[in-house]
Design a protein around this ligand. Sequence first.
Ligand code: PGA
Length: 270
Amino acid sequence: MGYWTPVHDSHSPIQSFNMRTKIIAGNWKMNGDREDALSLATEIMGIVADEYMGESEIILFPPFVHIQGVARLVENTRIKVGAQDCSAHKQGAYTGEVAASMLKSVGANYVLIGHSERRSYFNESSADLSAKIHQALDAGLKVIYCVGETLAQRQSGDHFEIIQSQLSECLYHFSADLMCHVVIAYEPVWAIGTGATATTDQAQEMHSFIRKSISNHFGADVAETIRILYGGSCNENNAQSLFSMADIDGGLIGGASLKSRSFVNILKCS
Ligand code: PGA
């Protein structure tokens, strides 16, 4: 894989955290008709080509029906496309569902799994999420697996335990080899769409906890290479300080990804 760089090689004894290529991903959620999606992608593509010289990976997550159009538009550019969800089933009589292999066939490279809106509004269980991750990896998609605690869970001091169980229930039965296709997004539920961003210290503390947990389970090499994104009211004003933290490898951006200028300004902070 392009981003799967060895942690150790004979020339550089230890590669530090900053060797991980950052990711800036735009989660468009259920917004925009075809024309809106294509013009947003066109604008982003234009500004990126003119103004962005950095190395970060850029991924757009349009609604299902716009994936193919956006993927065609950004073909041969550095921008990648993903889906916001996929089915837990491979194929068959599941009316309304979209299989991971179908997403791959229309140009998606990535899929978001376990976004808190899917967990809470659609009651997606750990078993569902685990099955979706399995289908996605099987179809050759990379997964951005989202975890995050609610405000009540943080206030009661249960946040580390919650994140640990979201990781272990859905991810820890996969092999370490598959982890090069997985990115984690830490998105505290209380920060999503609320304007209440986690402080850089709160975010770094949880990212570091996640990386330690990954290290304990999969080993240090996987932990040092896996990307962990922050999501939740990330914007042009707070992106720089969040992305400068040792264990924050970029962002999953919701609201601010719907404006090309804000999205690229956030990208420039990475
Ligand atoms: P937000 O959403 O940036 O609007 O808070 C982030 C997300 O839900 O992925």
